[in-house]
Design a protein around this ligand. Structure first.
Ligand code: ACO
Length: 329
C-alpha cells in the first residue's frame, strides 16, 4: 500500500479592514491636550515610527472589523463562506466574555456548523492562530480555515497615560489557509514565558457584576523592548533552521508592527535590509493581533509581495508570548 500523500497548508487569500476614522498624531495630540495630556507628532514619530492610527466609532465591535477582513480574504481565495470549515479569531478585545468572537463572526458570515474559537496570545495571537490552523489542516481536521487577527485596542487604552495611548490602533486582517499537496507553511514555532505577565497587561476582570482591578492597558515599555528584540531574533533563526533555510532565503520579513525601532533592531540582527521588511506601523499604529495579517494584506494588495515569495511572520507580545511562521506564499 502506498503511504498517504503528504498534506500541507497554504495561504490562498488575504484581506484586511480598517475603521474609517483615521487619527494623525497631530489630531490625537490635540485631543489629548484638551484633557491636559501633553504629547507631540515629533515625539511619537521619533520613538515609535507611528504617524497615524485608526479608531472605531462608538458601538463598533471587534467582530464587525473581523468579518469585513474575512469577506475580503474569502473573495481573494476565490471561495465562499460556506466552504470554510474552521474559524479562528486571534483577539484580546473580544465582543463579549463569551461566546467567542469567532462564533459571532461565523453568525455574521451566515454559515454554521464548522468549529469556531478564539485564540488569546495578545500581539502574538495571529502567529498562534495560524500555527493551530496549520496543525489542524495537516491532521485532516480542517480543509479551509479562516484565520483572523482583529482588535479594538482603543477600548482598553488609558488616555491619561501618554506612554501607552499613542501607540495603539484598531483594525483586522485575515487569511484563508487551505489544504495543499505542496507546502505553503514551511515551519512554525511558538513560545511563552509567564514570568513576564506584568510587563504588558490589562489586569482587570469582571466579578459579580463589577469590574475588579484596572481594565486599562499597562506596559513597561523598556522591558518589553529589550525582551522583544532578543526573542524575535532567536525564534526567526530557529524557524529558518527547521525549514532548512537561512536569512538569505527571506524575501519579506513581516514582524508584529509594534514600533519601528524594534523592527529595525530585529532586521539588523538578522542581517536583513529594511527594504525587505514590511512596515505599516506608520499608518496603523500597533494593532496587536491584527498587525501581521494587516501588514501582509497591505503588502499583497500593493503588489509588493508576490506568489512564490518566502515570508517570515513574527509575533511578540503580552504573556510574554512570541512565535514565528515561515511561509512559501
Ligand atoms: N509624548 C511625549 N513624551 C512622552 C510620551 C509621549 N507620548 N511618552 C513618554 N514620554 C516621555 C517620558 O515621560 C519621558 O520623559 P522624562 O525623560 O522627562 O521622564 C521620556 O519621554 C522618555 O520616556 P521613555 O519611556 O524612556 O521613552 P522610550 O524611549 O523608552 O520610549 C516606548 C517609550 C516608545 C514605549 C519604548 O519604550 C518602546 O518602544 N517600547 C517597546 C514597547 C512597545 O512598542 N510596545 C508596544 C506594545 S508591546 C508589543 O506589541 C510587543
Amino acid at each position: 500500500m502506498n503511504p498517504p500523500a503528504a498534506r500541507y497548508s497554504r495561504i490562498s487569500g488575504t484581506g484586511s479592514y480598517l475603521p474609517p476614522n483615521r487619527l494623525s498624531n497631530q489630531a490625537l495630540a490635540e485631543q489629548l491636550a484638551a484633557q491636559g495630556v501633553e504629547t507631540s507628532d515629533e515625539w511619537i514619530i521619533e520613538r515609535t515610527g507611528i504617524r497615524a492610527r485608526h479608531f472605531v466609532a462608538d458601538g463598533v465591535v471587534v467582530s464587525d472589523l473581523a468579518v469585513e477582513a474575512a469577506k475580503r480574504a474569502i473573495e481573494a481565495a476565490g471561495c465562499t463562506a460556506s466552504d470554510i470549515d474552521l474559524i479562528i479569531v486571534a483577539t484580546s478585545t473580544p465582543d463579549m466574555i463569551f461566546p467567542s468572537s469567532a462564533c459571532i463572526v461565523q453568525q455574521k458570515l451566515g454559515v454554521q456548523g464548522c468549529p469556531a474559537f478564539d485564540v488569546q496570545a495578545v500581539c502574538s495571537g495571529f502567529v498562534y492562530a495560524l500555527t493551530v490552523a496549520d496543525a489542524m489542516i495537516k491532521t485532516g481536521a480542517a480543509n479551509k480555515a479562516l484565520v483572523i487577527g482583529a482588535e479594538v485596542f482603543s477600548r482598553i487604552l488609558d488616555f491619561s497615560d501618554r506612554t501607552t495611548c499613542v501607540l495603539f490602533g484598531d483594525g483586522a486582517g485575515a487569511v484563508v489557509l487551505e489544504a495543499s499537496d505542496t507546502p505553503g507553511i514551511l515551519a512554525t514555532e511558538l513560545h511563552a514565558d509567564g514570568r513576564h505577565v506584568n510587563i504588558l497587561c490589562v489586569p482587570g476582570t469582571v466579578s459579580g457584576g463589577q469590574i475588579l482591578g484596572d481594565p486599562l492597558l499597562k506596559m513597561d515599555g523598556q522591558a518589553v523592548f529589550k525582551l522583544a528584540v532578543g526573542v524575535l531574533e532567536d525564534v526567526a533563526r530557529s524557524v529558518l533552521a527547521k525549514a532548512g533555510k537561512t536569512e538569505a532565503d527571506i524575501d519579506w520579513l513581516i514582524p508584529h508592527q509594534a514600533n519601528i525601532r524594534i523592527m529595525q533592531s530585529t532586521a539588523k540582527r538578522l542581517k536583513l535590509s529594511m527594504d525587505k521588511v514590511v512596515v505599516t506601523v506608520d499608518q496603523h499604529g500597533n494593532t496587536s493581533a491584527a498587525s501581521i495579517p494587516l501588514a501582509l494584506d497591505t503588502a499583497v494588495r500593493s503588489g509588493k509581495i508576490r506568489r512564490g515569495d518566502t515570508l517570515m511572520l513574527e509575533g511578540v507580545g503580552g504573556g510574554f508570548t512570541w512565535g514565528a511562521v515561515l511561509v512559501d506564499f
